[in-house]
Design a protein around this ligand. Structure first.
Ligand SMILES: [Zn+2]
Length: 296
């Protein structure tokens, strides 16, 4: 095929890609240099767990934990494809055993427990192993007194192939995060496109600080389902990061390239006297004292 710059009929292998949001052809190298963000419209492309680790953590600091956990097909689930086949395919495509990759690492020298849910693995849906890793990550953060940071990419919500076993994970992850927070720990949730369903309704929405990437779709049921159920036209930008920021559900919308710097400032603020965080953040222990009444 002959190829000329600006043609929109197709892209030659490897050099150019089409932005799924604005339809523009963009030079791959430019997209990669921008941490996989479209230079034309700012769309944040889906990235792997390895890229997240590279972009957010200090070089070479990540040590994976719980890597031996692997999903089993307890229900012998068969849809169009069997769950076993889906798992094998996802493992082959991503080179990971599961969607969740958790471990310890450092951000500008501050040790953290860090996890990422890779949307390339069965849409980042939460089965028993994803839930277990989130819960163990929160437990590790509590025991080691480290900040807990999770990047979600869970468009698939709870993993339907595991049925009720995946729904159990909602309670388990929420409880583990609550124990961390009750102990004075800090949990920073980074929500990326898309984070939905059972993930959003549990661990993803429990951050002490909730950061979202721009224009991410974040919610429980999808907008189409809601529109059909309530039979109303939904407001513009419904369930996007920016909409949820306006309505107080997320604390900040941060572009991917600025995310590491933002985490550095937040960690400095919350863990002022690192490495022990317990008494520094004050978030969970501070109480508003009633004004004293002075009688004269
Ligand atoms: Zn674009």
């Amino acid at each position: 095929m002959t190829w000329s710059l600006g043609s929109k009929r197709g892209a030659p292998d490897g050099l150019w890609m089409k932005c799924e949001a604005c339809d523009n052809l963009v030079y791959k190298k430019v997209v990669e240099d921008a941490h996989h963000v479209c230079p034309e419209c700012g769309f944040h492309f889906r990235i792997s767990a390895a890229k997240r680790i590279e972009y957010l953590l200090d070089d070479g600091s990540f040590v994976e934990h719980f890597s031996n956990l692997e999903s089993v097909d307890a229900l012998n689930f068969k849809g169009q494809k069997s769950y076993k086949d889906k798992l094998l395919k996802a493992q082959k495509n991503t080179g990971q055993r599961e969607a969740a990759v958790f471990g310890t690492g450092a951000i500008a020298g501050q040790k953290v427990v860090f996890g990422v849910i890779d949307a390339n693995f069965i849409m980042g849906s939460m089965g028993s192993v994803v839930g277990e890793k989130i819960a163990r990550g929160a437990e590790l953060a509590r025991k080691e007194k480290l900040p807990f940071i999770v990047v979600s990419g869970s468009g698939g919500g709870a993993r339907m192939e595991e049925g009720i076993l995946s729904l159990f994970q909602m309670a388990k992850t929420s409880a583990a995060i609550k124990r961390l927070q009750d102990a004075g720990g800090i949990y920073i949730a980074i929500l990326t496109n898309a984070t939905m369903g059972g993930s959003m309704a549990s661990w993803a929405s429990l951050g002490d600080i909730t950061i979202a990437e721009p224009k991410a779709l974040l919610g429980f049921a999808g907008p189409r389902v809601i529109a059909q159920t309530v039979r109303q036209e939904l407001p513009a930008g419904f369930q996007t990061s920016e909409f949820l920021l306006d309505h107080g559900f997320v604390d900040m919308v941060v572009a991917r390239k600025e995310l590491r710097q933002k985490l550095i400032s937040l960690l400095r603020y919350t863990c002022r006297e690192m490495p022990a965080f317990v008494k520094q953040s004050g978030r969970h222990t501070s109480k508003v004292e009633a004004p004293k009444v002075v009688s004269r």
